[in-house]
Write a protein that binds this ligand. Structure first.
Ligand SMILES: [Zn+2]
Length: 119
């Protein structure tokens, strides 16, 4: 989601605050403190908490990094929505391996995205 160009021609980014990952709507918080709640040793840029239905993103990185992190956490949400008991290492490996290629695929293939979403 982004706003139209401003007078200066620079697009202002509007970060989404919720994301629907069937069958749940997740809140998205751009908060380092929220990330640290789930990764207190500070080694993560995002978190995905099924209990509170919250995805958290470290806001201190670039917008590009925030986008990649959000997609990564959405993939966690998708897996946890379908199998809340999945083994965490297997989940992380699956999510980490898909995030970059999937985001690149979505960016590089707008016609495919339009087809997939029926627009
Ligand atoms: Zn992860």
């Amino acid at each position: 989601m982004s706003r139209p160009p401003t007078k200066a021609g620079v697009k202002q980014v509007v970060r989404p605050e919720t994301v629907y990952v069937s069958p749940y709507t997740w809140n998205i918080k751009y908060s380092k403190a929220e990330v640290l709640k789930h990764h207190p040793n500070g080694d993560a840029c995002g978190s995905c908490d099924l209990e509170s239905m919250t995805i958290a993103i470290d806001p201190g990185k670039s917008e590009e990094y925030a986008r990649v992190t959000l997609l990564h956490e959405i993939l966690h949400a998708a897996i946890r929505s379908s199998d809340p008991n999945i083994e965490s290492d297997a989940e992380e490996m699956a999510v980490a391996s898909m995030t970059g290629p999937l985001l690149a695929c979505l960016r590089d293939n707008p016609e495919v995205v339009a087809y997939l979403i029926g627009k």
